[in-house]
Structure formats: structure tokens, C-alpha cells
Design a protein around this ligand. Structure first.
Ligand code: GAL
Length: 413
């Protein structure tokens, strides 16, 4: 065989090998809009010449995915990347299993493109180990304007008092006032907005972020649980175990008036062809207009032995931070781009509000991490706190007992 042919054959073999390299990505994006969003990432990775091995684990907010990840890492077979965020990234960093992706970060100038608070979350001991995709805002309420109109409710209420008046009217009109899924993380999502709306940002910071024992059992926390108890009265009897996107569908279909949920719910409205302002309304949850609970989705990268796998991992990291990808992904997902340099033009009114409110709350001190979505507490503490809230939602526990239990849960490390 001539040398030229041999070189060509070797090149072909290498190319085939590159195609055969899969990036295995663990995620929990399984609703219609979520699957569409992650499909965009899949496409770019494939265009870059890598295979995509989908490791999707259903279950809102990723509790099941976290368990699956642990099993895989313990058995010595970590995926290329896993959708984890916030303090969990540091927890995995401490286990010594994450990959250094500074190469991608330097080439893509991530330090300049990301807010410092986000860049810090993506680094372990000063090195990038994760890549962020978006910013979700959690303290939203979604509404169906037709349901509101039929009940004689004029727009989305801005205070809790006005909210309960509106909820009464909707209930009377025969519709369900609040669409909810009785799952612990959804309970915690509602609690978070209630705590922020009833207590304000300073209370949220002290009680939830600093876990101040006095605040956790004080009169404001009692009021928060009292308000949450009232919320319970407007949820239908079939809520137990319902997935969040099915609750969103109840608002989309006009069965229910409101849903308290982060803006991944917007992804479902968009996926159903609905237009904000016309078919649905978005507003900050009552009393939280000057606050913003942020939730940044990211992919942590796990150390790979194989050189080709490492290449695939860097390609994946590059794809995630690509401005074009961040635009298309977030248009489908309901979130906003996490990086600078993505034009606003294509985003809808709710997304623009999210962008503006994020800027304003960043300046005004109201920008806080969402604890319900893994951005604030150690995972063990978060788990214990969420358990108390879920127990409160599913029993006749008094507000005082709930506050005491919360204070105890806050000590779990
Ligand atoms: C959040 C996550 C979102 C969305 C939602 C429902 O925690 O940040 O991207 O997937 O859960 O699963």
C-alpha cells in the first residue's frame, strides 16, 4: 500500500473514531419544552462531530437525577456532564471527580461574559468545572386571563390580600384557583415565594440564606406558614404527585387561574403556541416585585480518562456558552441567557421583564438565590428544610410547629 493511501486510511479511521465518541449527558429535562431545549444542545454537539448519549432521568427539580448521578459516580462510571447547580458543584468538587475546563473558559472568555456571582459558582478552587446555560427566575405567578375575566378579577394581584380575594372569586366561578402539583420541590417553590412576599428580601436573607434560628421561629415565619396554609385551601384535591407541567397545562387549558412556578412554566406556554399578554399573564408573585429569586442551570463536567472523551467534553462546554445556542435554548426553555452578548430582540415580554428585573434587583439588593432550586443551601440542609415544608402542606401541622421544625431542619448538615 502506498504511503499516501495509508495516511488517508488512518485519517478516515481517526474521523470515524471521533464520530464514535459520545458525550453522555445526565439531565432531567423531560417535559415538552425542556426536551425541545435540550435537543438544541444535542444538535450542536452532533454537528461538532460527537455522539450524544442521552441520560435523561425524569423528575422535576432533579431529585431523581441526583440519585442516579451518585450511583454512577460511585461505580466509577461518571457521565461526561451532569445537570447540577449551586453548592452541589462544590460538593462534587470536594469529591475530586470533576474535570478542569479552563481551556474552554479561556478560549471563550467566560470571565468577561458571565456575571461574577455566576462565574464563582461554576469554579472549584478557582478553576472552571461547570458551564452555565441560563437564568431562571423562580418568584413568578402565571395566570390565565380568560379565567380571571370570567371570575371578575382584574389582572394579577400584587399583594397577598388581593390575591386571596381573587382566588375566592375564581373558586366561586367554578374554576380551580391555584394549579399545583403536590411534590416536595413544588411545595418548596410556593413556600419560597410566600416567604419572600410576606417577609421581604431581608427576612429571606436572614431566615433562609443565613438560617438564623431567631428568624426561623419568629413571628414573620409564623405569618409565612399562615399564608401558606391559606394557599392550600385553593389547590384541588387531585394535586398529590402531579407533575409541574401538568399543573401548567391546567392554566393553559383554562381549568385553573394561577400557578406559582419558575419560568420553565413559560416554556410550556410557548410550546403550546401561547403568547404572553394575550393568552397568559406573567407577574412577580404577590409582594415580590422588588425581588428576584435566581436559579442558574449548569452542567458540571466529570473527569474523563480517554483523550477523545475529554475533547468531546470541551466541545460540549463550548456549545453551552455559544451565544447562538444560549439564544435558541432560552427561547424554548423560558429562561434568559446567562451570558452577555445575546441580543434581546427575539425574547418575549416576560423574558424582557426578567432581564430588567434582574438588573434592577441586582442594584437594589433584591437579587437572591433560590433555595428551593438548589442555589443556596448544602444539599442535606435543603433536603431537611424541604421535608418540613412538604409535611406542612400535607398535614394539619400548626404554623408554630412548622417553624420549630424548620429551625431544627436548618441545623442538618
Ligand atoms: C428547576 C430547573 C429547571 C426546570 C425545573 C423543573 O430546578 O432549574 O431547569 O427543569 O426544575 O424540572
Amino acid at each position: 500500500m502506498k504511503l499516501k493511501h495509508l495516511v488517508m486510511l488512518t485519517a478516515l479511521a481517526c474521523a470515524a473514531h471521533a464520530h464514535a465518541t459520545d458525550v453522555e449527558v445526565l439531565h432531567y429535562w423531560t417535559s415538552g419544552s425542556e426536551a425541545k431545549s435540550v435537543g438544541q444542545l444535542q444538535q450542536i454537539v452532533k454537528e461538532d462531530g460527537f455522539g450524544w448519549k442521552d441520560f435523561a432521568v425524569a423528575g422535576g427539580a432533579g431529585e431523581n437525577a441526583a440519585t442516579a448521578l451518585k450511583t454512577r459516580v460511585i461505580s466509577g462510571k461518571p457521565p461526561t456532564a451532569a445537570q447540577i447547580k449551586g453548592p452541589s458543584i462544590q460538593e462534587w468538587g470536594k469529591e475530586g471527580v470533576l474535570a478542569n475546563i479552563d481551556e474552554a473558559a479561556a478560549a471563550g472568555k467566560w470571565d468577561a461574559a458571565l456575571p461574577k456571582v455566576v462565574a464563582d459558582i461554576m469554579k472549584y478552587k478557582g478553576h472552571y468545572v461547570a458551564a452555565p446555560v441560563n437564568v431562571h427566575r423562580v418568584n413568578w405567578v402565571w395566570a390565565n386571563p380568560e379565567v380571571l375575566k370570567k371570575a371578575g378579577v382584574n389582572g394579577v394581584p400584587a399583594t397577598w390580600d388581593a390575591f386571596f380575594e381573587a382566588a375566592d372569586k375564581i373558586k366561586k366561578s367554578g374554576a380551580i384557583a391555584i394549579a399545583h402539583g403536590g411534590q416536595p420541590w413544588q411545595d418548596a417553590t410556593v413556600f419560597e415565594s410566600v416567604a419572600l412576599g410576606v417577609g421581604g428580601t431581608e427576612f429571606y436573607k436572614k431566615a433562609i440564606l443565613q438560617l438564623d434560628q431567631k428568624e426561623l421561629t419568629g413571628p414573620t415565619m409564623i405569618k409565612v406558614f399562615d399564608t401558606l396554609a391559606r394557599v392550600k385551601g385553593y389547590i384541588d384535591k387531585d394535586a398529590a404527585g402531579r407533575d409541574w407541567n401538568l399543573a401548567t397545562a391546567m392554566v393553559i387549558n383554562g381549568k385553573a387561574g394561577f400557578q406559582f412556578m419558575g419560568d420553565w412554566a413559560k416554556g410550556e406556554f410557548s410550546n403550546a403556541g401561547k403568547i404572553p399578554g394575550r393568552d397568559y399573564l406573567c407577574a412577580a408573585a404577590p409582594g415580590t416585585d422588588k425581588a428576584y429569586t435566581f436559579n442558574v442551570d449548569s452542567f458540571a463536567m466529570f473527569a474523563q480518562k480517554d483523550a477523545a472523551a475529554k475533547k468531546g467534553q470541551i466541545a460540549l462546554a463550548n456549545a453551552i456558552m455559544n451565544p447562538k445556542f444560549q439564544a435558541i435554548f432560552n427561547l424554548n426553555k423560558g429562561s434568559i441567557p446567562v451570558r452577555s452578548g445575546v441580543p434581546r430582540a427575539k425574547f418575549d415580554d416576560c423574558a424582557i421583564k426578567s432581564m430588567d428585573d434582574m438588573d434592577a434587583t441586582n442594584k437594589g439588593g433584591g437579587l437572591v438565590p433560590s433555595f428551593a432550586h438548589g442555589m443556596a443551601l448544602a444539599s442535606a440542609t435543603q433536603g431537611a428544610v424541604v421535608d418540613v415544608i412538604a409535611k406542612f402542606m400535607n398535614s394539619n401541622m400548626s404554623s408554630k410547629d412548622a417553624a420549630a421544625a424548620l429551625a431544627k431542619a436548618a441545623k442538618v448538615k
